[in-house]
Write a protein that binds this ligand. Structure first.
Ligand code: PAF
Length: 283
């Protein structure tokens, strides 16, 4: 595995790979690699001849009061995991080479990026869209794998690929869960063992939604309210949002229509840690 830190060098390598007819798959991360990331790499490995992993804690997607400076950066451990997972190139630039002095350009996404998670984290998805687009240009992939865990991020990236006519196939990787149902996430390391147990309530909420829909309950806000109550009555937990949305626009949906698919989005606080989760629900 080769480690590259300079954008221009990565670009030259990617260009050569393409000239040699290599099929490139990219997995973008902020490091602190876990089972979820490894599953994305595995998916990339299945169809791509060359796998590029990016590790970059992207400042432009963090709000002023968020955890940019505390975000875990176990680089040596990440290198070992990436190597063992079969990554060919690890692209790990420093912030100054991605956002040099006098950097000015940011992508602005539309309404999809402003609701639900975007409402809580203004500008977050613009930051994600900007770095993802920059990394597309630097790594020149044919396919890019993103986790369904960040469902709205995935929808924003699909939208941007479509809107900007990027010739890149976006592949969604299923959520990896711990034994108690907790979705694997880099931020789980901030949880105490009590909070970790409590956080399985998000998955229990998704299971409850599936049960209600299976019983042909139609009012999605009513089900969401019940789930919020479940979360709120779990010690140490505070719900942020629970909402059913359509898969494309992420607009809240009121009534479940037979045979249709919806996305249940959940966010909650466990002590000082905010976690998100989601599930696809078929009526
Ligand atoms: O999902 C993440 O880890 C980040 O948002 C991404 C896609 C790597 C962009 O910084």
């Amino acid at each position: 595995m080769q480690i590259i830190t300079e954008p221009r060098q990565m670009q030259t390598i990617a260009e050569k790979l393409r000239l040699n007819r290599q099929f490139i798959g990219v997995v973008m991360t902020m490091g602190a690699l876990h089972e979820g990331h490894l599953s994305l790499i595995k998916l990339a490995r299945q169809s791509a001849g060359t796998v590029i992993l990016t590790i970059f804690v992207n400042p432009s997607q963090f709000g002023a009061n968020e955890d940019l400076h505390q975000y875990p950066r176990p680089f040596e451990q990440d290198v070992a995991l990436a190597k063992a997972a079969g990554v060919d190139y690890l692209f790990a630039p420093v912030a100054g080479s991605i956002y040099p002095e006098n950097y000015q350009t940011t992508l602005k996404c539309g309404s999809l990026s402003e609701r639900i998670e975007g409402e809580r984290r203004p500008g977050h998805f613009n930051g994600v869209a900007t770095i993802v687009t920059k990394f597309f240009h630097i790594t020149k992939p044919h396919i890019a794998i993103f986790g369904e865990k960040d469902a709205q991020q995935l929808a924003v990236i699909r939208r941007l690929v479509e809107d900007l006519n990027l010739d890149i196939k976006i592949v969604a990787a299923p959520i990896i869960r711990e034994e108690n149902g907790l979705a694997v996430s880099s931020r789980n390391i901030y949880l105490s063992s009590q909070e970790r147990n409590a956080a399985s309530i998000l998955y229990q909420g998704i299971c409850h939604a599936e049960k209600c829909i299976g019983e042909k309950q139609k009012s999605l806000p009513a089900i969401a309210t019940e789930i919020e109550r479940m979360i709120g009555s779990t010690p140490g937990c505070r719900p942020d949002y629970v909402v059913f949305v359509d898969e494309e626009r992420f607009e809240p949906v009121e009534i479940a229509e037979e045979e249709k698919e919806y996305r249940l989005l959940l966010a909650a606080w466990f002590g000082a840690v905010r976690l998100i989760d989601n599930g696809k629900i078929r009526a």
